[in-house]
Design a binder for this molecule. Structure first.
Ligand code: GTP
Ligand code: MG
Length: 192
């Protein structure tokens, strides 16, 4: 698998636009501003591939990328941005419910902030992934912002709060420095 051979396919704003062509789908989820676009950019080794946005909470679409012609990366819209209106939140929830109900997720990657206890929205998202029965990879991003002594307890708190099970793995990660990029690439390659 050559993850640098990743191309944008399309942006889906509703269920009818979701891709169902039999290829595996790896869904990437995360709170707004957690660094989801940065993680994707880090994976493909391109600076502005998935846009690092200045206006969080403005992307209520599922963005599909195709990795090496064989596996989709579905970039789910960020959640939890405080300034989003009620109607935008409802639209997000409807889109996510239909996405998870569509039942064709091969694996989930949930990006959380390594510095903090996961939010209630993070917990809900992890429950949605667990509900599909697919393996969940938890990426604890922004690790570069942690002191060494904080790493172990924070990872434990993240794992406990998201009720990680034996099939899940948690990867301490930094999109900024590329720390553990190779581990995440290897994990994704399991779905090829
Ligand atoms: P939205 O698409 O707006 O929901 O945000 P996002 O989750 O895609 O986050 P994005 O990649 O746009 O990054 C948000 C901010 O966090 C940017 O200022 C990034 O530079 C910063 N950031 C992302 N990853 C890291 C990291 O690993 N370490 C540090 N220190 N900063 C990071
Ligand atoms: Mg983004």
């Amino acid at each position: 698998m050559n993850i640098q051979n990743t191309v944008f396919i399309k942006s889906a704003a509703s269920q009818s636009a979701f891709i169902r062509d039999g290829k595996p789908v790896i869904a990437f989820a995360g709170r707004s501003n957690v660094g989801k676009s940065s993680v994707i950019n880090c994976l493909v080794r391109r600076k502005n591939f998935a846009r690092v946005s200045a206006t969080p909470g403005k992307t209520a679409h599922v963005n599909y990328f195709l990795i090496d012609g064989r596996v989709y990366l579905a970039d789910l819209p960020g959640y939890g941005y405080a300034k989003v209106s009620g109607s935008e939140k409802a639209r997000w929830a409807e889109l996510m419910e239909s996405f998870f109900a569509s039942g064709d997720i091969t694996a989930g990657v949930q990006i959380v902030d390594a510095r903090h206890k996961p939010t209630a929205d993070d917990v809900t998202m992890a429950e949605w992934f667990h509900g599909t029965g697919t393996p969940l990879t938890i990426v604890a991003n922004k690790l570069d912002k942690l002191k060494k002594s904080e790493i172990e307890p924070n990872l434990q708190l993240i794992s406990d709060t998201l009720s990680a099970n034996d099939n899940d793995i948690i990867i301490p990660f930094s999109a900024e420095t590329g720390f553990n990029r190779d581990i995440l690439v290897r994990k994704i390659s399991e779905f090829f």
